[in-house]
Design a protein around this ligand. Structure first.
Ligand code: SF4
Length: 466
């Protein structure tokens, strides 16, 4: 994933740029980058944020940055923003998304014999540089960005900084949000609207799918219409969107309450307490507890002072260890009680299995799990959402393989919550995790809880329809 933020201001924009970009830190764990334009050129810094937070890495740089226009990015992959010299003029560019047809586009670029790539990393082309080469093939930024939007399979939202303003372009299907803000002396663009309130921006409007806008200190001009079909990622509301953000007019925290309430309405167990697996299960659990009129408590508390979100070791077993160290159980709340947990989703299930084991070791009588979305059956092909290398990393697909003896091609019967196949798959996952009971959210309940028509949502993870 990743996220970006941009500012066009009558005054110096650095403070807003620094904090606005920082509010995207939950979206990426590898690289952070800031660039400003002061009318004479660009000043840029990029840092590795794998083991330390964005703010601590950039706080010494911002005194060296000055300018009224700037963009910042948190990235899960490549170094960015990049600074490009082209026939369109010099510009800086940051992108969020994934290019599935990168090899074909690279080949096509080489066929013309006029392109080279200089930002190689581990033998791979930097996707943001590839997007810049697509943009440079046209006579204007608008046409170039349109060309890139149409050429890419996957998804791509773009911020492009020139000396005159910032071009903001939302992915052709609007998989990720791009949101405009304004205040008396500045306009901004963000992926997370939670960046606005503390920087005094008013949420002005969301760009539509495929829309391109030019943002200057004087306002926002639409330079290309929203011609795409909206298929915004449902997982924003389920898991990775920040609770205080609002996309397409729908707040994340409130949608999680509705998700939890939907789970409670269909449930028949009688636990002593309801809890969320921190942090993203918490909103769902509050919704469940309020609907079921049960106490909401915290049997696990996260130790945040020394375990920042951005610490994300590459090695899976160390990641599992970190996940364990972050969550501290409270025996006094767990012992001899029936516990019902809401979790955003079950991906691999390995960390959850360990968590459940620890709950029983701490004396829990029963542990019931209620994921806020259906079983994951497909890997994300639009946002690089999951780190999984194999589809069989998904707990749902492993269970299907157990039942079928092979990797099944007809997954519709497993996606149908009323089918026997679905029930058998859930039972295998329940046993694997050591749970007293396991009941997933239904996809129709999830889309209702989000509040957009299903045709406007990407639900590919669950039903293969993107
Ligand atoms: S496949 Fe899943 S994670 Fe990827 S965009 Fe669609 S809903 Fe989001």
């Amino acid at each position: 994933m990743g996220g970006f933020f941009g500012v066009a201001s009558r005054e110096d924009c650095i403070t807003d740029l620094f904090y606005g970009t920082d509010y995207h830190s939950h979206l990426g764990t590898m690289r952070g980058g800031l660039v400003v334009n002061n009318g004479r050129g660009f000043t840029r810094f990029i840092h590795d944020i794998t083991n330390s937070q964005f703010r601590s890495k950039f706080e010494n740089d911002i005194s060296k940055m000055k300018g009224n226009l700037g963009i910042g990015v948190i990235s899960d992959n490549e170094d960015q923003p990049l600074i490009i010299a082209s026939h369109l003029g010099d510009y800086a560019i940051a992108t969020v998304g994934v290019i599935k047809n990168i090899d074909a586009l690279k080949k096509e670029a080489f066929r013309k014999r006029t392109t080279h790539f200089s930002e190689m990393s581990n033998g791979e082309v930097n996707p943001t540089e590839l997007i810049a080469t697509l943009i440079n093939q046209e006579g204007t930024f608008e046409d170039g960005i349109r060309r890139a939007q149409k050429a890419i399979e996957g998804s791509c939202s773009i911020l492009l900084l020139t000396s005159k303003g910032i071009y903001a372009a939302r992915d052709w299907h609007g998989r990720t949000p791009v949101i405009l803000g304004r205040k008396a002396d500045a306009y901004s663009v963000t992926m997370e609207s939670c960046a606005f309130p503390n920087l005094d921006y008013e949420h002005f409007r969301d760009l539509g799918p495929g829309e391109i806008a030019l943002i200057t200190e004087d306002g926002v001009e639409r330079v290309a219409k929203a011609d795409g079909n909206l298929r915004i990622c449902s997982f924003l509301w389920v898991y990775y969107g920040y609770p205080s953000s609002t996309y397409e007019g729908i707040n994340v925290e409130q949608s999680r309450y509705r998700c939890g309430a939907a789970l409670a309405k269909r449930d028949n167990v009688k636990p002593d307490i309801v809890a969320g697996i921190p942090d993203s299960g918490t909103g769902h659990a509050i919704g469940y507890a309020n609907q079921a009129k049960l106490p909401h408590e915290r049997p696990f508390v996260k130790y945040t002072p020394t375990w920042p979100r951005s610490f994300m070791p590459q090695n899976q077993s160390i990641r599992d260890l970190v996940a364990k160290m972050k969550l501290i159980p409270i025996r006094e709340i767990i012992k001899d009680r029936k516990l019902l947990f809401c979790e955003d989703s079950i991906v691999r299930g390995t960390q959850l299995r360990d968590t459940v084991k620890r709950l029983f070791e701490a004396g829990a009588k029963e542990v019931h799990m209620r994921p806020a979305c259906p079983p994951l059956l497909y890997g994300c092909k639009f946002l690089n959402f999951s780190r999984s290398k194999s589809i069989l990393d998904l707990a749902g697909r492993r269970a299907v393989k157990t039942l079928e003896g092979d990797d099944c091609r007809n997954l519709d019967k497993y996606a149908d919550p009323c089918s026997k196949c679905h029930g058998a798959m859930v039972e295998i996952i329940r046993k694997e995790l050591g749970l007293t009971s396991l009941r997933y959210q239904r996809l129709d309940d999830l889309t209702k809880a989000i509040g957009l028509p299903k045709s406007k949502l990407c639900t590919y993870c669950w039903d293969g329809k993107g």
